[in-house]
Design a protein around this ligand. Structure first.
Ligand code: ADP
Ligand code: MG
Length: 685
């Protein structure tokens, strides 16, 4: 079997399964073995009732103390019994499996795995997984992979397919420099994948991940080197002069630019007007530091000089928001923008007309999502492309947009805080401008971390703020009730709040499963003040700006990464009013307390990223795998920073010796690089 074979080459995968795998973007054996576990099921030590931790998953070893009682409620059946030892007992409830009454006999000992919570003075566990102590002990030896799956393919099936492929495949040609492998003691790529899918221990997982992370950095940096050489080699072929429009807009804004906003804009203006080389720059600034207005000024300079500009955002909601803001400013300040919005949900007819007008130069500013870089959008005089929330786009996308015109200036904006030493490596030849301060009129956000018992108080607090004319967000991890019963979901929460507040308060919900048009309408009404409380999933994480919103309440905050929480919190504290952020820690474990405490005491993204890093032990694999702000598959820029620097050194040395990778001994590396650039999985820049 070859890595390039279709999945159907594997015994047991027919047309039907292949179709289902297709939904997971798995087409070849290569895709299959790179479909990584999203998490691992860890079989923790089973403990007696006395040592259980509340509000989280536990494995409990105990005897069934009372014969299971069968209760019937309409169509629901419930089996209930107590388990434990002597007086230390827990109530166990099992739904809709009445037949278990025969198997679960009083006096037998089992391991029960499930979420433990308290009801009155009772400890309870619902719908646990139940194991015989011997079989649980056997499971404990391995970490069981959990994959992202789709309807029709179970986790077991995926595990089976992946295992089978890994078993059949022969080792692949080595794609890393042999010296690095020797010095760092790496295993082969295939061995590493075997360990990632079927780890015997966390240590093994970590060992395997090291090699794959290095490999990813190595090829990312290598391709960046070629790409950025091409990008920044260009000369400044769009002559511009400073214009009155930008000066006037700066004066007429309702606020004064901060010193660092001004400095960053001037740096760029200077380079666009006087520089010899094309602009290729990253604007880095914490959430709320005011990156948008700097982008607007740069675009204004560009169109006032008779060119076209493009402004690209990762989500439609954000693109629409940028469009509306710019359209409003254009009218209010009589700016020379002729803007058009180009996103996935613009109708085909409108799109066709827009494209025609762009090609003829009737629009001079195009704002949109990646629909904007579709091949058939043709610009007549494109000089500048700005990408917001850069880390969410791929390298190839940036490459593509630069291909829309000769020597196009590119500016990318990001709120992901990266230490300078890493930024230089990760962003290659990009110049970095930093907006290092928040606007002066901001009051620091007041934070608190609370337990679920505080919910009622928080809801009252939100009501008070709404009565003062403010707005609020409530974030829940789930869209609707379903598998993860213990987590809050947007739909039920919205109903609950609406009932609680009555008709005087307008509560709406927003989530990723809605159609784009519906999402836009809701965001519009929220921005326009027609919705008071927005219950949402993390779709609002990126970029959204509603300065009148002053409360952010995050449910199940322990479920989110710190970086994500910092971005979510950044949705408030954007105006002059005092803002508040309430993190509800439903887990309440020592670890989650420690983590949330970091957010509680700091509003500084850079500080948070550093502290987060300190808290993560090297064995903390699982958390790291999920924190994909930079969308590497294995590597984590913070956690693997040493590896990143090492790879950067190795790439430099390699290219110093053989700049075009022409030597025979580098043939494999060149081949791999070509393969990867076709696949385009290098997602950072
Ligand atoms: P981000 O850097 O997170 O993208 P935005 O550009 O969306 O931040 O700006 C957040 C809010 O701050 C917006 O409402 C914007 O109008 C406002 N703002 C930007 N610059 C200033 C400033 N110098 N003084 C006061 N408010 C500002
Ligand atoms: Mg922004």
């Amino acid at each position: 079997m070859q890595i390039t074979d279709e999945v159907t080459a594997l015994k047991g995968i027919g047309e039907k399964s292949a179709k289902l795998l297709d939904k997971l973007q798995i087409h070849t054996i290569d895709d299959l073995i790179h479909h990584l576990p999203r998490d691992y099921e860890v079989f923790e030590d089973a403990v007696p009732v006395g040592q259980l931790e509340e509000n989280c998953k536990n494995a409990m070893l105990g005897k069934i103390l009372t014969a299971p009682k069968l209760l019937k409620l309409k169509r629901l059946s419930m089996l209930q019994f107590y388990a434990g030892e002597g007086e230390e007992r827990i109530r166990i409830t099992i739904f809709n499996m009445p037949y278990l009454a025969k198997t679960l006999k009083a006096g037998t000992t089992y391991v029960f795995v499930g979420n433990v919570y308290k009801k009155g003075s009772y400890l309870c566990m619902d719908q646990p997984s139940i194991y015989k102590p011997e079989s649980y002990a056997a499971k404990r030896k391995e970490l069981q992979p959990i994959y992202a799956k789709t309807k029709g393919i179970s986790n077991e099936a995926l595990t089976k397919y992946i295992k089978a492929s890994l078993k059949e495949l022969r080792d692949l040609p080595e794609v890393l420099p042999l010296q690095t492998i020797r010095e760092l003691g790496f295993c082969s790529h295939l061995e590493a994948l075997r360990m990632i899918h079927m780890p015997e221990s966390k240590e093994q997982l970590l060992f395997a991940k090291k090699r794959l992370a290095y490999e990813e950095f190595f090829y990312f940096l290598l391709s960046m080197n070629f790409l950025s050489e091409e990008l920044s080699a260009g000369s400044n072929s769009h002559p511009m002069i400073p214009v009155a429009d930008t000066r006037r807009l700066i004066e007429q804004l309702p606020f004064r630019l901060t010193a660092s906003q001004r400095k960053v804009y001037e740096e760029i203006e200077n380079q666009m007007c006087k520089g010899e080389a094309v602009v290729n720059r990253l604007i880095q600034g914490d959430v709320g530091s005011g990156k948008t207005i700097v982008a607007i000024l740069c675009l204004l300079l560009c169109v006032a000089n008779g060119y076209q500009g493009a402004f690209m955002a990762p989500t439609e909601v954000l693109a629409v928001q940028h469009y509306e803001e710019i359209a409003r400013m254009t009218e209010q300040h009589h700016l020379p923008f002729r803007p058009v919005l180009l996103t996935g949900s613009v109708s085909a007819k409108q799109k066709r007309e827009a494209k025609e007008a762009i090609e003829e130069g009737r629009y001079n500013l195009v704002i949109g999502t990646h629909a904007l870089i579709e091949d058939n959008v043709i610009f007549s005089k494109l000089a500048l492309v700005i990408t917001d929330e850069q880390h969410r786009f791929g390298v190839a996308q940036r490459d593509k947009i630069a291909g829309k015109g000769e020597n196009v200036h590119t500016i990318v904006m990001s709120a992901t805080p990266i230490p300078r030493s890493l930024a230089i490596v990760l962003y290659g030849n990009l110049a970095v401008s930093t907006i290092s301060e928040l606007p002066a009129n901001r009051l620091p956000i007041k934070n608190c971390v609370v337990g679920p018992g505080y919910r009622d108080t928080a809801h009252k607090f939100i009501l008070e703020q709404v009565q003062k004319g403010r707005q609020a967000y409530v974030i829940c991890p789930m869209v609707e009730s379903g598998i993860m019963e213990e987590l809050e979901n947007v739909k039920d929460y919205q109903k609950l709040l609406q009932e609680k507040y009555g008709d005087a308060v307008r509560v709406a919900c927003l989530h990723g499963k809605m159609r784009p048009k519906e999402k836009n309408e809701i965001m519009d009404s929220f921005a326009g003040g027609d919705i008071d409380v927005l219950v949402s999933t993390t779709v609002i994480e990126v970029g959204i700006n509603v300065p009148n919103a002053t409360v952010m309440m995050v449910e199940n905050a322990d479920r989110f990464g710190l970086a994500a929480l910092h971005q979510i919190r950044g949705r408030v504290g954007r105006g002059e009013e005092q803002s508040y952020c309430i993190f509800v820690d439903t887990k309440g474990s020592e670890a989650s307390k420690k983590r949330l405490d970091i957010l509680n005491h700091s509003n500084d993204g850079f500080h948070i990223a550093n502290e987060d890093l300190k808290l993560r032990g090297p064995g903390d694999m699982l958390g790291v795998m999920q924190s994909g702000d930079f969308a590497f598959r294995f590597a984590d820029i913070y956690d693997d920073s040493a590896m990143l620097l090492r790879a950067s050194g190795d790439v430099k040395a390699l290219l110093a010796e053989d700049r075009l990778l022409e030597m025979e001994e580098h043939a494999q590396i060149r081949h791999q690089l070509e393969l990867l650039s076709e696949q385009d999985y290098r997602n950072v820049l």
